[in-house]
Design a protein around this ligand. Sequence first.
Ligand code: BES
Ligand code: ZN
Length: 604
Amino acid sequence: MLPLPLILAAALPAVDPHSLANPQVVRPTHIALDLGVDFQRKSIRGQADLSLEYPQGESKAATLDLDTRDLTIEAVTDAAGKPLPFALDPPVKLLGQRLRITLPEPRPKQVRIAYRTSPTATALQWLDPRQTTSGKQPFLFTQSQSIHARSWVPCMDSPGVRLTYEAVVRVPAGTTAVMAAEAGAHVPEKGVFRFRMPQAIPPYLFALSAGEIARKEVGPRTAVFAEPGVLEKAAWEFAEMETMVEAAERLYGPYAWGRWDVLVLPPSFPFGGMENPRLTFATPTIIAGDRSLTSVMAHELAHSWSGNLVTNATWSDFWLNEGFTSYIENRLVEEIYGRDRAQMEALLSLREIQETVANPKTAAARTAMYRDTAGEDPDDYEGAIVYQKGAAFLHMLEARFGRKAFDAFLRGYFDSHRFQGMTTPQFVEILRKDLFKGDAASWADAKVDEWVTGPGLPGNVVVPPSERFDRTRAAAQAFAKDGSHAGVRKDWVTAEWLDFLGALPRTMTGAQMEALDKAFAFSKSGNAEVLSAWLATAVRNDYEPAYPALEDFLLRQGRRKFLRPLYQALYDNPKTRERGRALYAKARPGYHPIATASIDAIFK
Ligand code: BES
Ligand code: ZN
């Protein structure tokens, strides 16, 4: 199949198919929020003051159309308190409800919306005290990406719309509130916390959390927030944050967000990390005790350039966020942990692309980095494509032009487009002009159009060498042949263990499984990546002795990346399907809605 020519691709509408708002004629440039967190009702009572700008002149905007989902709108007024007519349209599949506010003449510079969130708001997870480490207080966190900000703030929930904000957050006394923003004058005794986000950001980066949260500095501009029982371990694990920021600044220019802190969430957080500006949200499953899973932190930091500074204009351009970030993550891993580890991680990523592309269940259209995603749930993307194929594309460009030129190009790109949205056709034009300098022959030779809009993996992908993987492969083969594990080294890094496990025969005997577990204690691994890969192997082989560890793992954490393949493996093996269903029924109440949406689809 021929790739869609970019000229055609460029014809995709510039409007965001995942928003019901009308930013072409009126847009909020700033929101002042007053949020009351009610743990009993599982609801936030909010007041939002939106400052408005009329990009085409006031006459063009008769209504202000905002995105909402499951919000109860109590009142809409102008700045003087005069009520404004409004209507909440019927729900639209995936998108929520449009809130249409009729604007009087002269057009208001500000509107105030009083509202309440629903207990089922898709951005909010309300945890009972027993779902936390200390078990003392309830806990709340938001996850706004991709289109969930609208379930806790009425806004133009499109990544192409940017605004600044300020917030007053009211929580029960004794509870701490944090936001991905600058901290203002807190009055913790009264449960009042103030924040300010002076840089304009898209709503998917709005983030709030509340609960028993402690803080420890780990560097001049980095601190770790976590539940008190996790704080010390987390601070040790993430002590290299400042080193990471310095490495990133050397490559791509000054960090634009002031501080870089991290909030370690309770284990039901559905992602590895979320790049909320100034305050990365992270899963506790990256705390392995040996800093071996910190590439997730490098990834979230990288978003401070790719994503938070230059932002995908719509979710069809998602690879501009995640592909670039995965590439930068790999560069940071190289800077901090060395070339070997970076190349091994890049090789594992390439295998993921190849598996996804070869999988008959993957529709060819979904293996294109850039495609029209209208009508789809933007949380349901092909990770290997938008992340890994996107990164592989940039690795190819780097190899073609050399590091010096390519680094300068990226740095200039981030600098010239900072605090702006970016579409794929726009980026491709910049690439053609600034990196290829208009050289049409070179452009064709690099297969750029095929990379960006075509399915599959183009032939000029760069495959990094890794002698260390030659050794893990040999060790797996030796074990398969005669049970020897002389080639296995206890000091392997995560990527080596993953490669070894991946290279073992698809089916193994109980005796082989037992020998492996006895020699390397996989079922007891404190490294969640290794443990989950091992547990998937155990399910495939119906290796009973690993089931207590499997059950424990599925009950104690809710990261979608780990849940999905394990439940899928349980489902796929007829011998374990019912066990999987029962286990899921038991674990489901503790999972985040983003995770349950994916796993419900498995057991449907
Ligand atoms: N921004 C993503 C998380 C995300 C993506 C949330 C889409 C909602 C919708 C974040 O930066 C991310 O990619 N996290 C990865 C970690 C990374 C090392 C690949 C994750 O959570 O697995
Ligand atoms: Zn990411």
